[in-house]
Ligand binder design. Structure first.
Ligand code: BTN
Length: 323
């Protein structure tokens, strides 16, 4: 841990902490403590100081660097070891893929406050102004490429659980990669991979969550921020930490027991079950009723002629009359 993280940990206890205690805890001089405190203030931390009383942390800035995330990560969190934070980057997904190619370890996280070239599925532009959660995760799953699409499903489950636990919201999953609050999308997931026949090299999972950010006017009817859904500003580090903790467990379940172990909960959170939808699979466009997701993470889809089609992934639109 950096000394900044250590200092924040010491300051996270209730009340004032003496300069002497901090100096001893960090094995630095009192003057160095003062310097570190000034640095934290410069980053937006509100720290009160009292002559002979020490220092007291009263407010944290809304940033999502490793120092802010670590206090929210549970012991054993897969994503604690290698968190790379930027105030601004082109796309966390682009950077994560570069790092994956260079041999970065499983669990690497790239996170930022603002993306200048964020993208979603089918290379659609992804608006990423400050205040949202824009991050990418590196996985090196022990299963073959054809089983990788179920990672998207596991991630959307973790996002839903985190929103429910921390914000008391009732999100729904629009298979395969969107999370909705009511009739509007609050989060999207993109899963890209490098693979050979029978072997998955790595998987880059990109998660975009509209949290405290403003949405472009063009998305006002189709997207929602969590701030708007809750009527209050959200602690992004806390929410991101909860997603990473949940995903650590969900990914372990997926690797050990397969998607069958997650299927019931996933289907229970489905926005699409029983709805008439249009799916573009990349090869064809189908219209019919969405039924459920099976043990392999495939969607069962009843076409207008009554026959059933199993689909691994696709671009879904709910037919307008039902939204
Ligand atoms: C979608 O709904 O199409 C998926 C959107 C994924 C956006 C995230 S934001 C973090 C990461 N970096 C990107 O450029 N894209 C993903």
């Amino acid at each position: 841990m950096t000394s900044r993280a250590d200092l924040l940990k010491l300051l996270s206890t209730e009340g004032y902490v003496s300069g002497e205690k901090i100096a001893r805890g960090l094995s630095i001089s009192r003057a160095a403590v003062h310097k570190q405190v000034q640095k934290l203030r410069g980053l937006g931390y509100a720290i009160e100081s009292k002559r002979n009383g020490g220092y007291r942390l009263t407010a944290r800035p809304d940033i999502v660097g490793p120092e802010e995330l670590h206090p929210h990560l549970a012991p054993g969190c897969l994503f604690a070891g290698n968190i790379i934070y930027h105030p601004e980057t082109t796309s966390t997904q682009i950077e994560l893929k570069d790092r994956a190619l260079a041999g970065a370890p499983e669990g690497t996280v790239v996170i930022c406050d603002r993306q200048t070239s964020g993208y979603g599925r089918l290379r659609r532009n992804w608006s990423s102004p400050p205040g949202g959660l824009w991050f990418s995760l590196l996985l090196r799953p022990p299963f073959p490429p054809e089983q990788v699409p179920r990672i998207t499903l596991a991630v959307s489950l973790s996002v839903c659980r985190a929103l429910e636990t921390t914000l008391k919201l009732t999100p729904r999953i629009k298979w395969p990669n969107d999370v909705f609050i009511g009739t509007r999308k609050c989060a999207g997931i993109i899963t890209e991979m490098s693979a050979e026949v029978g072997h998955t090299n790595w998987v880059a999972v990109g998660i975009g969550l509209n949290v405290n950010n403003r949405l472009p006017v063009s998305l006002a009817r189709s997207a929602v921020s969590l701030k708007e859904a809750c009527g209050a500003r959200i602690d992004r580090a806390m929410l991101c930490g909860e997603i990473l903790n949940d995903l650590t467990r969900t990914y372990a379940t997926l690797c050990c027991d397969g998607f069958a172990a997650l299927k019931k909960e996933y289907n229970g959170r489905s926005l699409l079950a029983g709805r008439t939808i249009r799916v573009d699979t990349g090869f064809e466009t189908l219209t019919g009723i969405f039924e459920h997701i099976d043990d392999d993470g495939y969607a069962w889809f009843k076409k207008t002629d009554g026959s059933i089609e199993r689909i691994a992934a696709g671009d879904v639109s709910i037919l307008k009359s039902q939204i």
